[in-house]
Design a protein around this ligand. Sequence first.
Ligand SMILES: [Zn+2]
Length: 407
Amino acid sequence: MWVNGAPDYTGAFCPLAHDTPEAGLEWEAVHEALAQTPPFAPLHIVSTSREVVLGLSKRIDTWEDSAWLDVRYSGTIRGVVAWIRGRSAVTTVRQASVAGSGPRTEEAMSAADAPPEAERAVAPLKFLRDGAKLASLTQSGAYRLMLRKEWEAGSGMRPTTARVVAQVLKDLALGPAEEGKLWTDLRDRDLARKTREFLWKAFHGAQKLGRYWSNIPEMGGRAVCPRCGEEESMQHILLECGSPPVRTIWPLAAEVLDKKGVCGPALTYGAILGCASARAKDRKGVATRPASRLMKIVRAEAAHLIWRLRCEWVIGRDADDTRDHTVEEIRSRWHAVMTRRADLDRSLTSRRFGARALKWELVDQTWRDTPFQHKQYVQDSIPGVLVGRPNAGTGLPTSSRRLRDDG
Ligand SMILES: [Zn+2]
């Protein structure tokens, strides 16, 4: 890195790029050049990195529109953009053809041996746009931005989240090194968006229940379960409470898995939250993707439904145990949720989703031998009749988007 403060020429060169092929270091070099150059002096950035040159000349608007989602080194690049916008003099960027060519480049190379004089200056971030451009945001992009925002709002992982993560890893017999997998699996499209959000919030203790209320005047009563007086927690609500949804839905979920011979980790709070990462075995004792997938969907949807019924009971029925959901009501809600989930799966096999379409075989193997399998199989399961592939994703009453939103 070499910067000359002369007003007629300021060169920046990144020798690190010569032997370190990491674009991140090159972005750092550009950042440093901008930080050290007065805003009124022309600056000519010469970089050997195509990524830097293309980024600066063509991609900044797109990156900014997407709120820098999935942009490598976005922290440094945002600083670079802020510095450039704060400048009054001209700034150019040029690709260096061969590293080390030209007298000025050599001068830059030799000057780069000197250590930097000061600590990295902070870029004037007021020149950056906040948030994302709605028109250029996909649904999944918006969801991930929301997660990132929530994540940034807290200071890293809270102790309660760390405890939940440890419990999930233990219940799934996974090592501490596999923590990252829990978070990536939670984004898995096998689960409906709202169900994923529910699990993610439960990991972070983000639902307003139990201890959340104990510090709020006149709300202290909400810290205990209105049904049994126990301390209210998500674990209590999903598994331990004697509520009709808990007593009804888990046996219904087990019935689906048992019918198909799917067997996975014992039903614990950790196994429920970590269901996206859990492995299940089929009837033959072999861990397969369809078996794991069915268990994941069944457990996640069961937990989410129990939570929703709880909210309905507390908010809509004043936590009055004479106004509980009846077993019949709960059974039909479960059936509706799972039928819709299976329909959504089948609609996502449609060719109109292109490369993102689900494989029909996977969806078929997931739901076959469950009460939610495709009706055509029920009709065609006569010995000797060859079962063809039904028209995937067509003829369904509701579009996948609608189903997904209702999820
Ligand atoms: Zn309770």
